[in-house]
Write a protein that binds this ligand. Structure first.
Ligand SMILES: *Cc1c(COP(=O)(O)O)cnc(C)c1O
Length: 362
């Protein structure tokens, strides 16, 4: 490496940033990809043709509508955003998490989340110089440890509490009454991250009008549009008007705006795919529960967390991969995830390939 560059870089890049490693995305090659909660289904051919015709009308030489008015209007009705509440769009919900963190960042301030949860909460807090407090979940069922949460909120007075609902990577929904208590006792924002809403049958969206410090975060990624990168933050204009100042003006490209609008006109197809995946999840849960030697956790999302016999996670992960199926090893990510692996729910064929590989590996 260039010693001169390293020398100057270490003087200027913040030590907190140098200490981090970049979000790891593995090389997939020909593997069956069950590591990232993607929807395996594509669109019927006539719908693809119709979409390509829409794209023909898009002006690539012009900047996108900075407020994405048409798209937001459609999202408002599709997602049933309560009257009086606003919408802000991000280049994926990751960008919206980053915007929220940037808006509150100041020395001595804290972001809080139960752990294990979505790793970007901790990483983004570090990027913008916020302290991060992770409060361990209840070890037996990955529910909220309420005494610990109350104590941590009182002590750190977090600027933002992030709650993944359902929780990634554990798959469970936190207790609704407990989440409401956390919103009540939090001095700052509570962001309920509903990335897996399509698979959960439970939402805090209707509560937006009841709480002054609640924002609800959605994404279309897990529903079948991961490649588009479209995240949706909903909440009071009191908050969103401020957050919108940080959003870069043209963060949603013309292609994304047109494609998302088109996809929302066919939302019934995305919903039918999600319904199929919920059925497949129940089948996969049942099949996993029938295997000896593993512990399977309940899931309200499109992935399943399970624990393998002690000390064997790395071997089992590698063996499944050698058989052509990529899942995600959570072992080492947190003390509470020792010996745990996470698999995305997919088509019956891909789920079967995974099950066979797992049985062999065990
Ligand atoms: C996948 C995921 C996201 C990020 O989604 P994008 O919209 O693709 O950036 C956010 N939160 C949770 C909990 C997730 O699992």
């Amino acid at each position: 490496m260039n010693a001169g560059a390293v020398n100057i870089m270490t003087q200027w890049i913040r030590p907190q940033l140098r200490a981090l490693s970049a979000y790891h995305v593995p090389d997939v090659g020909h593997l069956i990809k069950l590591d990232a909660m993607e929807n395996p289904y594509t669109w019927p051919a006539p719908m693809v043709d119709e979409w390509l015709n829409v794209l023909r009308t898009v002006s690539l030489n012009r900047y996108p509508d900075p407020h994405a008015r048409d798209l937001k209007a459609r999202l408002r009705s599709t997602l049933q955003v309560p009257p009086g509440m606003d919408i802000m769009l991000g280049n994926g919900s990751d960008e919206l998490i980053q915007i929220i963190a940037m808006a509150v960042a100041a020395p001595g301030r804290t972001v809080l989340s139960p752990e294990p949860s979505f790793s970007m909460y901790r990483m983004i807090a570090a990027f913008v110089g916020l302290e991060f407090v992770g409060v361990p979940l209840d070890a037996k069922d990955y529910g909220l440890d309420m005494p610990a949460m109350r104590e941590a909120i009182a002590r750190h007075r977090p600027a933002v509490v992030f709650l993944s609902y359902p929780n990634n990577p554990t798959g469970n929904l936190f207790d609704e009454q407990q989440v409401r208590e956390l919103i009540d006792i939090s001095p700052g924002l509570v962001v309920v991250d509903e990335a897996y809403n399509a698979f959960a049958d439970s939402t805090f969206m209707p509560y937006l009008t009841q709480y002054d410090n609640l924002l609800v975060l959605r994404t279309l990624s897990k529903m079948g549009l991961a490649g588009l990168r479209i995240g949706v933050l909903t909440g009071s204009p009191v908050w969103l008007n401020e957050l919108d100042k940080i959003r870069l003006p043209y963060n949603i490209s013309v292609l994304t705006q047109a494609s998302t609008e088109f996809a929302l006109r066919h939302y019934d197809i995305l919903e039918a795919q999600a319904a199929k995946l919920r059925d497949h999840r129940e089948q996969l849960l049942a099949a996993l529960r029938a295997l000896k030697g593993i512990t399977v956790y309940p899931s309200r999302a499109n992935f399943i967390l399970f624990r393998v016999p002690s000390g064997r996670a790395a071997h089992i992960f590698e063996s499944i991969k050698a058989q052509g199926v990529l899942i995600k090893s959570m072992h080492g990510a947190s003390a509470l995830l020792a010996d745990c692996l996470r698999v995305t729910v997919s088509t019956p064929e891909e789920n079967q390939a995974f099950l066979q590989a797992l049985e062999k590996a065990l």
